[in-house]
Design a protein around this ligand. Structure first.
Ligand code: SF4
Length: 135
């Protein structure tokens, strides 16, 4: 098992000829993160192939449910994932932060007190009023 950032990723031998399957273990059951798990595996598969590895499959393994879902690591899907990640990284490098206000997220955001885009907030000038005790 190898560590990639904060994640645990397993490279499992698969079949003959040195082919590998990448397995990403997740502990949280958050449907909103599902697409991100798959995107991550698509980028990992490209990275592995770039290193000369034969990545044959990739799975998101839900430790809570004990299930495994195959990720689409085709060249097309992985290419789209890489483009998306590259664009997001470029935006971060250029300090372009597009606000994505959402009531659930904003209600627990530590920047809500100074953010001018708080979901559901009534604003006075550029300073939003707090929308809950936690903001
Ligand atoms: S308060 Fe602002 S920074 Fe925080 S989640 Fe909402 S929009 Fe984003």
């Amino acid at each position: 098992m190898r560590r990639v950032g904060q994640d645990r990723v397993d490279l499992a031998p698969r079949g003959r000829g040195g082919a590998l399957a990448i397995v990403d273990y997740k502990v949280a059951t958050d449907e909103a993160r599902e697409a991100r798990h798959h995107e991550k595996l698509q980028v990992y598969s490209l990275a592995g192939r770039g290193e000369g590895l034969t990545v044959e499959a990739a799975y998101v393994h839900d430790l809570h449910a004990g299930t495994r879902a195959a990720a689409d690591i085709s060249a097309e899907a992985s290419g789209r994932a890489l483009t998306s990640v590259t664009q997001r990284l470029a935006a971060l490098r250029e300090a372009r932060f597009e606000p994505k206000p959402e009531a659930r997220r904003c209600s627990s955001c530590e920047y809500a007190g100074i953010c001018g885009h708080v979901a559901g907030a009534e604003t006075t000038g550029d300073i939003p009023r707090k929308i809950s005790a936690s903001c």
